[in-house]
Design a protein around this ligand. Structure first.
Ligand code: AMP
Length: 214
């Protein structure tokens, strides 16, 4: 099964991708995660991407397309994958079509997760992550019992550099201008499904499973 998860930053597509990955045993390919790892490890890719990411801008198309092509070669992608955060521009989507054609594989569905802008801003600006175990919190919706400390492992919580209010506004703007046109792109190919993602995690997951045919 080949899926694309579309939607603005903060819609929860990463969380849902992880749940789908478990249920269907197909990997989640998150270009955001791959780039963040590269920045953390200070690799040449990370050095190229860091400035764009900190400003809330998109990393150049050729860089992310290269990442995806490399990732598809891995054996874990043989029975399918979920693309989370890729494509994010029309040229990326066109390149993806070419790569899939070359590999003779077919996209099953692009799923567009929809959430109101005000909720997205709270979800992103309130997001906190554990430095130690990666557990995610939100100071508005799912706060840890002690401020700044992980309930699970007592690790220190931190805020992603691109989750500050100013950068969030920029990311949402970039989404609207560069990524939203993909909705029309996949609609015209009759590959688009939409999920109202303003509900709780389990409800959204059930909706998603119904859509994918359990
Ligand atoms: P995400 O975790 O998906 O919100 O991605 C975090 C950041 O990584 C984005 O704001 C971009 O700077 C960069 N990024 C992730 N995926 C892409 C992509 N497909 N194209 C360009 N930049 C990306």
């Amino acid at each position: 099964m080949i899926l694309i998860f579309l939607g603005a930053p903060g819609v929860g597509k990463g969380t849902q991708a992880k749940l789908i990955m478990k249920k269907y045993q197909i990997p989640q390919i998150s270009t955001g995660d791959i780039l963040r790892d590269a920045v953390r490890n200070n690799t040449p890719l990370g050095q190229k991407a860091q400035d764009y990411m900190n400003k809330g801008l998109l990393v150049p198309d050729e860089v992310v397309i290269g990442i995806i092509e490399e990732r598809f070669k891995e054996s874990s992608c043989k029975s399918g994958f979920i693309l989370d955060g890729f494509p994010r521009t029309i040229p990326q989507a066109e390149s993806l079509d070419k790569v899939l054609d070359k590999l003779d594989i077919r996209l099953d569905q692009a799923i567009n997760f929809e959430v109101e802008k005000e909720i997205l801003i709270k979800r992103l600006s309130g997001r906190r992550l554990c430095k130690n175990c990666g557990q995610m919190y939100n100071i508005y919706f799912n706060a840890p019992s002690r401020e700044g400390i992980c309930d699970q492992c007592e690790g220190e919580l931190f805020q992603r550099k691109d989750d500050t209010l100013e950068t969030i506004q920029e990311r949402l703007h970039v989404y609207q201008v560069q990524t939203e046109p993909l909705i029309e792109y996949y609609q015209s190919k009759k590959k688009l499904a939409t999920i109202a993602a303003d509900k709780d995690q389990d409800t959204i997951f059930n909706q998603l499973c119904n859509l994918l045919g359990n």
